[in-house]
Design a protein around this ligand. Structure first.
Ligand code: 1PR
Length: 535
């Protein structure tokens, strides 16, 4: 059954479990991969990070004869930790593309969050748990935030009460974890939940080292607002990959040499922001639109190294599109995204290509299914696909001046204009397109985006605050989470965007790179203002 330092991992190849592997290794354990049902039965401890859709996971488990082995292993009360879908599969059935039968170990049906009530689905982000006494790997975790990303959930009932070890609130009360004897499963992602998540994993991996603590029950929270650190990355003129930062997207110094601004090394800065409390880290490969990202091996290295030590979600964007290289070899956008995921990304962010996809969708009224956005979302789920919008403010006198949705602006334009529409751009803001941010946001939501990263060229690097009019326009228009970006200069700018709009997260770059305001100050300020954040 392998030594004490070996963990058996059930990875049935449906997706990226690199971060789970990284977290296990970070905690000092070796991994043995399950190849056959016998490997399950022979495990000392088994971790099952379910990824992908419920039905396809069950199909693979049944086909490989692993469903039966898994049930036997769990029924024998052997050490087990299921993660996300690895929790859901323990239930009787799921409504995801179903009903589809699960392993049937825990009574209950896994259903979808109800988006019709105005809830943003998928549920992405940090919630605190309500922990039941005696839940062992979770005791004293109550009140701490853990990271969720899912659209389906199981509900506590009289029939499964003896299994439920914690619950969480998102629209309704749902099961955040189950536990009985040596069998545990969590709906959240411990491998993406920072120190708290690592503690949960460590307790499962070395139960002897964990002395039961007085339980903190905690209160199930709603959903914390996220603070995201963003690293715009590109090669400088010497060919080194550096973190840079523009003013309204111009990243060159205003000196005679006109060199690319260099604010540090990507892996170091990402590690620093993780330690400082960033809820997520985003990398934008800002020259990806013209250079082929798979030719950009250093960028993939950056992701690999970062994901070994950073245990919050990582997003990477830039250059996600179909591409034919100089030798005539064709790469699909899906291959590009897959390489990013394999290298440690949890989400990919699509900029220019999503604009073209939305334009085509609005022109034809039909989903081709072929755009990078649709393909990646179909394979990896919409929670893994962010669309990054780079809009520019265009002042007008009234809504009738333009065919795109406009909004009344708080501060009138240079000629007293009281309205503005927001023109989408491609290629790092270099080319304006005939589509507004509002139209784009609604179209990409329909095409399968799980989240919107809303930049604003006018505000980028200005430190004068987010474009509240724009963030309000977009966050009211869609039901997927919107990340407000561009313009943060003070802690008050963060509270302002959360108080005045429905943004789910706020992203900033310059103030963190220039060390003007530490992430911790932003969080403390938000808490003082009564805004829930992960501390
Ligand atoms: O079009 O799919 O290849 O993606 C390219 C990606 O690179 C897009 O997400 C686009 O936003 C980004 N990008 C391209 N050029 C630039 C540039 O700056 N020259 N960066 C660029 C965009 C905007 C934010 C920035 C915030 C916060 N940077 O990411 O971090 O504005 O900054 P602040 O807090 O300092 O104001 P594709």
């Amino acid at each position: 059954r392998g030594g004490d330092s070996v963990v058996t991992l059930l990875d049935y190849g449906a997706g990226n479990v690199r971060s789970v592997r990284n977290a296990i290794r970070y905690l000092g354990f070796d991994i043995k991969d399950v190849q056959t049902p016998e490997d399950i039965l022979g495990a000392n401890r088994l971790i099952f990070p379910g990824v992908g859709a419920f039905a396809s996971a069950m199909d693979v488990l049944n086909m490989k004869g692993m469903a039966e082995a898994l049930s036997t292993y769990i029924m024998e009360d052997r050490p087990f930790l299921g993660i996300c879908l690895g929790l859901q599969l323990l239930f009787e059935s799921s409504e995801e593309n179903g009903p589809v039968r699960g392993l049937g170990i825990i009574p209950g049906v896994v259903g979808c969050f109800d988006a019709s009530s105005g809830l943003r689905v998928p549920h992405i982000g940090w919630n605190a748990l309500k922990v039941k006494e005696g839940s062992e790997i979770l005791d004293d975790i109550g009140n701490h935030h853990v990271y969720f990303v899912h659209s389906y959930r199981a509900i506590p009932s009289e029939d499964n009460m003896d299994w439920v070890s914690s619950t969480c609130n998102y629209g309704d009360n749902f099961i955040a974890s189950v536990g009985k004897g040596n069998v545990h499963a969590v709906q959240f992602h411990p491998e993406k939940s920072g120190d708290v998540g690592l503690t949960v994993l460590r307790r499962f991996l070395s139960p002897k080292s964990h002395r039961t603590k007085k339980p903190t029950e905690g209160n199930a929270s709603k959903l914390a607002k996220r603070v995201i650190a963003c690293l715009d990355v590109r090669a400088n003129d010497k060919g080194d990959l550096v973190v840079t930062k523009g003013d309204q997207y111009d990243v060159r110094e205003r000196t005679e040499e006109n060199e690319v601004r260099n604010l540090g090394k990507p892996v170091d800065l990402a590690g620093q922001y993780y330690k400082d409390g960033a809820d997520e880290v985003s990398f934008l490969n800002i020259t990806g639109f013209r250079d082929f990202p798979l030719g950009d091996l250093p960028m993939l290295q950056v992701l690999r190294y970062t994901s070994e030590n950073v245990f919050v979600p990582l997003t990477v964007g830039g250059g996600i599109r179909d591409f034919t290289d100089a030798n005539g070899r064709y790469y699909s956008s899906l291959e590009v995204a897959s390489e990013y995921f394999r290298s440690g990304a949890d989400k990919v962010s699509i900029g220019s290509d999503a604009v073209y996809a939305a334009e085509e969708y609005l022109r034809t009224g039909m989903k081709s299914g072929k755009s990078s956005l649709e393909q990646i979302s179909r394979v990896y789920g919409n929670q893994a696909v962010v669309v990054s919008i780079d809009p520019r403010r265009m002042y007008i006198n009234g809504p009738e001046d333009v065919e795109f949705r406009s909004t009344r602006v708080t501060n009138p334009g240079p000629n007293g204009e009281e309205f503005a529409w927001y023109q989408c751009t491609v290629n790092g803001g270099r080319e304006g397109r005939p589509i507004g941010a509002y139209e784009l946001a609604k179209a990409v939501e329909e095409l399968g985006a799980g989240e919107i990263l809303l930049n604003c060229i006018d505000c980028d690097g200005q430190g004068k605050g987010f474009d509240i009019d724009l963030v309000k326009l977009i966050s009211d228009a869609v039901s997927i989470p919107v990340i407000a970006s561009s313009g943060a200069g003070t802690v008050e700018h963060f509270s302002e965007v959360f108080e005045k709009t429905n943004a789910s997260a706020a992203l900033a770059a310059g103030i963190f790179h220039r060390k003007e305001v530490p992430i911790q100050y932003v969080k403390e300020h938000l808490l003082e203002e009564g805004i829930e954040v992960r501390i």
